[in-house]
Design a protein around this ligand. Structure first.
Ligand SMILES: Cc1cc2nc3c(=O)[nH]c(=O)nc-3n(C[C@H](O)[C@H](O)[C@H](O)COP(=O)(O)O)c2cc1C
Length: 182
């Protein structure tokens, strides 16, 4: 399986969690890991290159910290530019059909906040619905996201454990998909 991991972290403030998870993925396997803010600091994305990489991938991983209940802005730019009409969607836009899409997200807030009776009122799965709807539109299989909660206060030990779990998750041949209203 060809796994492409696109990491969207603006670096300021400096990353601890996403940096370690990305390093672990890079160290432990032959995944392709791309630091998108490093590659595109001016947000001018090489669309052709990114589309080629996506076409070669079986599993596409979008890894990022939660920013304002959403994502850092370069991920939105990537969607706007790379998921083009006639390529990713539309009557001839079938290039990503059948591939897997996995979201790997970290939240500063504790996991317990992200519940209907928690302080954030929504689950992370709820907040990721725009990406799930996008997945439906572009014909990818939307896998159960890999969520690391409490990222602001995570200890070194827990982070190392999480890094091992991330690599194990990425290496799984089968990951369940998320249903429409699940
Ligand atoms: C601009 C900005 C917005 C953020 N918004 C949220 C948020 O909506 N919910 C949340 O739980 N954490 C939020 N955070 C915290 C980040 O998600 C957290 O710092 C990150 O997941 C930690 O990963 P890192 O060590 O790789 O940076 C925000 C942080 C920044 C800088």
């Amino acid at each position: 399986m060809n796994t492409l991991i696109l990491v969207f972290h603006p670096k300021d403030p400096v990353s601890k969690v996403n940096k370690r998870l990305a390093e672990a993925a890079e160290e432990n396997s032959d995944f392709i890991v791309r630091d998108m803010y490093e590659l595109y600091p001016d947000h001018k994305i090489d669309v052709k290159k990114e589309q080629e990489l996506l076409e070669d991938a079986d599993r596409i991983v979008l890894q990022f910290p939660m920013y304002w209940y959403s994502s850092p802005s370069l991920l939105k730019q990537w969607e706007d530019d790379v998921l083009a009409y006639g390529w990713a969607y539309g009557s001839t836009g079938d290039k990503l059909h059948g591939k897997e899409l996995l979201i790997a997200i970290s939240t500063g807030g504790a996991s317990t906040n992200y519940a209907h009776d928690g302080s954030a009122h929504y689950t992370v799965t709820d907040l990721l619905r725009p990406l799930q709807a996008t997945s439906d539109l572009i014909g990818t299989k939307y896998l159960e996201p890999f969520i690391t909660g409490g990222a602001l206060t995570i200890t070194e030990d827990i982070l190392e454990e999480r890094a091992r779990e991330y690599v194990a998750y990425l290496n799984k041949e089968h990951i369940n998909t998320v249903g429409t209203y699940e």
